[in-house]
Design a protein around this ligand. Structure first.
Ligand code: GLY
Ligand code: MN
Ligand code: MN
Length: 432
């Protein structure tokens, strides 16, 4: 993402916040993995969306209309000794020169400087509850100001949930963001193709997972979540991540894996036969899921509400399960009673963007939100028939999900991950 885009976002947010408001955005903290080893640092999505600044120990402050600069960045000072161990830092000069800050200060000076800036503001825009430690500091600054009220010091009298504004901005993807998401999808598509081509009976799930990690890193991307590589009955466990079982001839393999490239996620699922050929029953169930996905994608258009794709998928799945003899009853009643939920227990999609499960409300008041240009959602119906279901044996141990990332555009649904086959013949021919 280029600097202009970050600046445009700050301008837009400042317009919404208005004079007298102050936005306070902390970076993500560094987290310990074990003892003195840390997780690889990943910047907070809200912070990055507004700043493009990748370092920890930073705080961005936006004060619309402030004379001494509207965009302030508190960050680590340059320190050759520390940088030799932990990597380069932008420092205050870099924050101004490369990240567009109007002014920058050492992060150590936050307690001394920020309360003084808050004092002249009436409304504080801040996301409470994200980082407990920062919440506590915020409370301290406010209490300090309050304790000086009798000496004529002002304190802000209104606290506003920043996430409400910011997450609504993030829900509508710009052209630049859509392009980043397309690239992220493209890398994930290549990885899924690779997996289809290497999978053989006898391999282990982790060996297939390795193909994803290799393809992601080769393209400067990381997994955007722990890949689910689930053979046979493991596919019926929604969040299966052990990925340590051996793949059997005759089983299906469900892979839910996506990457994060330049801070944008992809989230793709494909299900294919370990031996390259669907059985008749596997194919019959697969075709229902595929039809459900196509129906749902067809409903992912401007003017429909959020739940319409899900309703369409539920209808196709219920009808299909009835036809296979796995559900019994009248279609409207099966749908109304949620009978399909024993085989299809999750929803058909979620917003996707900088976060895999991206921000943005699904309802406005009590009503489902309308789909609009720039929103991006996954479309991921599935059918899961585990061992304990009282169904003919040939239908058991079948877990199928097909997931793509779909942008809502003025020209209809744009499947960002469309480069990856999903029809069963196409899959079989790719695997040959
Ligand atoms: N990979 C997580 C999901 O599909 O929602
Ligand atoms: Mn997924
Ligand atoms: Mn998903």
């Amino acid at each position: 993402m280029n600097n202009k885009e970050f600046e445009k976002r700050r301008r837009q947010l400042m317009r919404m916040v208005g004079q007298g408001g102050i936005v306070i955005l902390p970076s993500a903290p560094v987290r310990t993995r074990s003892r003195d080893v840390e997780y690889r640092f990943r910047q907070d999505s809200d912070f990055y969306y507004m700043t493009g600044f990748p370092e920890p120990e930073a705080v961005a402050v936006l004060t619309p209309g402030r004379d001494g600069g509207e965009y302030l960045l508190f960050c680590r000072e340059r320190d050759p000794k520390r940088e030799q161990w932990d990597g380069l830092r932008a420092g205050q000069a870099g924050a101004i020169e490369h990240f567009g800050a109007d002014d920058a200060f050492p992060i150590e000076d936050l307690d001394d400087i920020l309360p003084g800036i808050m004092e002249s503001c009436s409304r504080v825009f801040y996301t409470m509850g994200m980082y407990a430690e920062f919440d506590a500091r915020m409370a301290e600054w406010v209490n300090t100001l309050r304790s000086r009220l009798s000496r004529g010091v002002h304190s802000p009298h209104e606290f506003v949930a920043l996430d409400h504004l910011l997450h609504d901005m993030r829900l509508y993807k710009s052209r630049g963001e859509l392009s980043a998401m397309r690239k992220s999808a493209k890398v994930a598509v290549a990885a899924h193709k690779r997996a289809m081509q290497v999978t053989q009976p006898g391999m282990h799930e982790y060996e297939v997972e390795a193909e994803f990690r290799h393809e992601f890193r080769k393209n400067d991307a990381w997994a955007s979540y722990s890949p689910i590589v689930a053979g046979g009955s493991n596919a019926c466990i929604m969040h299966y991540v052990e990925n340590n079982a051996q793949l059997s001839d005759g089983d299906l393999l469900l892979i839910d894996a996506g990457c994060e490239l330049d801070y944008y996620a992809s989230d793709i699922t494909r299900t294919f036969p370990v031996n390259g050929r669907f059985s008749a029953e596997q194919r019959a169930v697969y075709e229902i899921v595929l039809e459900a996905q196509q129906a749902a994608i067809g409903k992912t258009v401007v003017g429909n509400h959020w739940n319409e794709p899900h309703d369409a998928a539920v209808r196709v799945i219920t009808k299909g399960l009835k036809k296979l003899g796995l559900l019994d009853g009248s279609l409207p009643k099966l749908i109304k009673d949620g009978a399909y939920q024993q085989y299809y227990m999750h929803r058909t999609g979620h917003w996707i963007g900088m976060d895999v499960h991206d921000v943005g409300d699904y309802k406005v008041g009590d009503e489902w939100r309308m789909l609009e240009v720039g929103m991006v959602t996954t479309v991921e119906p599935g059918i899961y028939i585990n061992n304990s279901r009282k169904v003919p044996k040939k239908f058991r141990n079948i877990g199928i999900r097909i997931e793509d990332d779909v942008a809502v555009t003025s020209k209809g649904p744009d499947v960002l991950s469309k480069g990856l086959v999903s029809d069963p013949d196409g899959i079989e021919s790719l695997m040959r």
